[in-house]
Design a protein around this ligand. Structure first.
Ligand SMILES: *Cc1c(COP(=O)(O)O)cnc(C)c1O
Length: 425
């Protein structure tokens, strides 16, 4: 039988760094990656048969838990009819209808195969529509790894401490203006300076890729009004938050209509999916009706549409989001109580069923304040929790996700593990 360690060794012979996405390397927490054999509900099993309660949730998609019977059934039914045709299916229409009806700001939506593609395409469309080239993004926000957006980004880029990636042309990076999250004054001065050159502002309306950082009261509203006044498009990247906190996005909860929205993760039900959509007038500029080109061989793939649509339908059932809210707030309150008892300074940011335990005693409201965390202490906490069979993201700058499959018993086991792990801190 293979163990994770020997698989990782073998993987490094054939795959750069042994992983197909950098955050999976567990580098920041001084551990070797787990190789997973299977997953069900709230649990994952590594190749050595060890069982863990999982809060990585595939970085967000698994809101129903792993291998949910209805999703397995939907994918199985779809696969019997063929895996891809490259020409339209009814499922794509159904998926689009589900998304459009959940988001008042979306008249038309185009499916793609990843969140990266969604954000990259939305930026191209914003540039094509406005005829302008500069964009504003926020430090610590991650919008996938396309060239324009890989500047002072969050997620693995933050974890590995890579502020700007080699390979991104300087001329392109210069068109991306990065500003501190939650700082509307910085946005106003940038708009004063670059106003008519700005195509768009892209933002995670609740940041999830520098750890969870909620928007300060008024931040999103002001973003909407200052961009609107100058004809700058506002893009909400709801790849994590779409269907995570409500059927729809943060925009539904906040009552704000961005011009374009990016989606991914949950809407694919665990298969590779992304989408971007928005106002008809803007979306009409896309090929084939308009001149802005965007395409994908596997876009709207039948298996992905089946998994995604089945997920969204289950989420529409009653009380799911209240259940998630209740479970996660209980878990976070108990964790907070334990750290208080142990007198270890932490700051917990939680929005609905996503949260981050920051190892700092001050409020985390942007990338700089997230950067003040004690990442060594986090790494110790991570390794301790893993030893107690609790799987949390292997980085201080990521969100933990609670799913509908997490039971009250899972919560109690997690709380007990936290209590034991912090005992010898
Ligand atoms: C995960 C994520 C992306 C990128 O999605 P991929 O499917 O990994 O390409 C983009 N934006 C946000 C906010 C994300 O969390």
């Amino acid at each position: 039988m293979k163990d994770s360690e020997s698989l990782f060794e073998e993987a490094q012979k054939y795959i750069p760094g042994g992983v197909n996405s950098p955050v999976r390397a567990f580098k920041a927490v001084g551990a070797a990656p787990l190789f997973i054999d299977r997953a069900s509900g709230s649990r994952i099993w590594d190749v050595e048969g060890r069982e863990y309660i999982d809060y990585i949730s595939s970085w967000g998609p698994m809101i129903l838990g792993h291998s949910h019977p209805a999703i397995v059934e939907a994918i199985t039914r779809a696969v019997r009819r063929g895996t891809s045709y490259g020409i339209p299916t009814e499922m794509e229409v159904e998926m689009a209808r589900l998304i459009v009806s959940a988001f008042p700001s979306i008249d038309l939506v185009r499916m793609v195969s990843s969140g990266t593609e969604a954000a990259m395409s939305a930026i191209r469309l914003a540039r094509g529509y406005t005829g302008r080239e500069k964009i504003i993004k926020f430090e610590g926000c991650y919008h996938g790894h396309s060239d324009s957006l890989l500047v002072k980004a969050g997620s693995g880029v933050a974890t590995l401490g890579i502020p700007g990636s080699p390979g991104v042309p300087k001329d392109l990076a210069e068109l991306t203006i990065t500003l501190p999250y939650n700082n509307i004054e910085a946005v106003k001065s940038a708009i004063d300076k670059y106003g008519d050159d700005l195509a768009c502002v892209i933002v995670e309306p609740v940041a999830g890729n520098m750890g969870v950082v909620p928007p300060r009261s008024g931040f999103l509203e002001e973003l909407r009004s200052v961009t609107y006044k100058r004809g700058i498009l506002l893009i909400f990247d709801e790849v994590i938050t779409g269907f995570r906190l409500t059927c729809g996005g943060i925009q539904n909860l906040a009552g704000i209509e961005p011009d374009l929205t990016c989606l991914g993760k949950i809407i694919g039900g665990g298969l590779p999916v992304g989408a971007f959509g928005g106002k008809r007038e803007i979306m009409d500029k896309l090929a084939p009706d308009g001149p802005v080109y965007q395409a994908g061989t596997l876009s709207g793939n039948p298996l992905a549409m089946a998994a995604g649509a089945a997920t969204l339908k289950i989420l529409q059932e009653k009380n799911n989001y209240e259940t998630l809210e209740k479970k996660t707030s209980y878990l976070c309150d108990e964790i907070k109580r334990i750290f208080k008892k142990r007198q270890i300074p932490v700051s917990i940011n939680r929005v609905g069923s996503m949260f981050t335990l920051f190892f700092t005693d001050s409020e985390v409201f942007d990338f700089a304040s997230a950067g003040r965390c004690n990442t060594e202490l986090f790494a110790r906490y991570f390794r301790g929790m893993l030893a107690h069979r609790i799987s949390i993201p292997p980085s201080q700058f990521e969100a933990s996700f609670v799913s509908l499959a997490h039971t009250d018993e899972d919560m109690e086991i997690t709380i007990k593990a936290c209590d034991k792990v912090t005992k010898d801190f």
